[in-house]
Design a binder for this molecule. Structure first.
Ligand SMILES: [Fe+2]
Ligand SMILES: [Fe+2]
Length: 351
């Protein structure tokens, strides 16, 4: 076993930057009032599938878990890979905390059962990543995180938009890496990637549940809410773009071109999101990629100013914040494409 001792891992998960994964809380009472009877014919089969718990035995280290030593990785790659694991774990666990609380606070049988099953899945996902981290003698203290990490309040409709997208983008990310490594097994530098295929089907199902929840009330995907949907699409996509581009060594080791990978993942997410969103990002508009790059540059400058200890650095904070706001607004201003949502919501993970 490796001997890296790094007690900063929990600190990494505690980090509050613009792109670090957050913990959320919502109005559980309002969520408890959701009536799924209008979508019952699509709801019941999904719940039945989740009840059957297809991944019950999946998150265990079997003989497929090859020997691995973190110390065999180049320091740059090791740092980025640990960052990838911690950031994934924080996202997984963030879902677990949010979903579990619904089960605790609600009385609505349909909603509580769904959220309990999603919490079950996310707890497994987070636990499995922590198992992988333990091999480097490091792990994130999840109890500490639950108590001490800052919670961001989102009204239920914002939870729907944000969580729907993060579940579907999570699916798209995991399946894209998995398919790539299927074709290029020599780049699979850690066994955890072998678990991604079945794993991402959980995320796909969670996304399906939020798509159905959004269909219970047509107002959620029409009128002024369309502007909010666009806001979340742009924010979630830009965050992923910036976060991935901060890990060049990790993507190099996987043999993945980051621009190709992000484009692939975002287009896949857009294709899936046609099941419920009345608009979609126009990936073919050349301004989109230019705008993403501009947001990344502005975010890096803002991050540097924020971390700076010098007075000059601190003075740059307002201007870099303004630049970031402008860069985001320009990305937001790129016209979205209209989409006519299909009669039935449900999709299958066919990618
Ligand atoms: Fe998950
Ligand atoms: Fe999930």
């Amino acid at each position: 076993m490796s001997t890296i001792v790094d007690d900063n891992t929990t600190d990494m998960a505690m980090e509050e930057t613009l792109i670090s994964p957050r913990f959320y809380t919502t109005n559980y009472k309002e969520l408890d009032k959701v009536d799924v009877s209008s979508i019952r014919n699509e709801w019941d089969p999904l719940i039945k599938e989740m009840r059957s718990d297809p991944n019950k035995k999946h998150f265990q280290k079997t003989s497929a878990w090859d020997d691995f030593d973190f110390e065999d990785l180049e320091p740059g790659l090791r740092k980025e890979f640990i960052d990838f694991l911690v950031s994934s774990l924080t996202s997984e666990f963030s879902g677990c905390v949010l979903y579990k609380e619904m089960k605790r606070q609600g009385n609505n049988e349909d909603i509580c059962e769904l959220f309990a099953m999603m919490a079950r899945d996310e707890a497994r996902h987070a636990g499995f990543i922590n198992d992988a981290l333990r091999e480097a003698n490091i792990a994130v203290n999840l109890g500490f995180l639950t108590r001490k990490k800052k919670y961001t309040y989102f009204a239920p409709k914002f939870i729907y938009y944000a969580t729907y997208l993060s579940e579907k983008i999570g699916y798209a990310r995991y399946i894209t890496i998995y398919r790539h490594l299927e074709k290029n097994p020599s780049a699979r530098f850690h066994p955890i990637f072998k678990w991604f295929e079945k794993w991402c089907n959980d995320e796909f199902r969670h996304g399906e549940a939020f798509a159905l929840l959004m269909r219970t009330d047509p107002k959620l995907t029409s009128g002024l809410n369309v502007y909010w949907i666009k806001f979340f699409l742009v924010a979630v996509y830009a965050t992923m773009y910036v976060r991935d581009h901060a890990r060049p060594e990790f993507h190099k080791a996987l043999g993945v071109d980051i621009d190709w990978y992000d484009d692939q993942v975002l287009r896949m997410t857009t294709e899936i999101s046609r099941q419920v969103f009345p608009i979609e990002i126009d990936h073919d508009n050349p301004k989109w990629m230019i705008g993403l790059k501009r947001v990344r540059k502005a975010m890096l400058a803002y991050g540097r100013a924020k971390q700076s200890k010098s007075i000059i650095g601190k003075l740059k904070l307002p201007i870099t914040a303004l630049n970031l706001g402008v860069a985001f607004a320009r990305l937001y201003a790129i016209p979205a494409k209209k989409n006519i949502v299909p009669q039935s919501v449900r999709l299958q993970p066919i990618y």
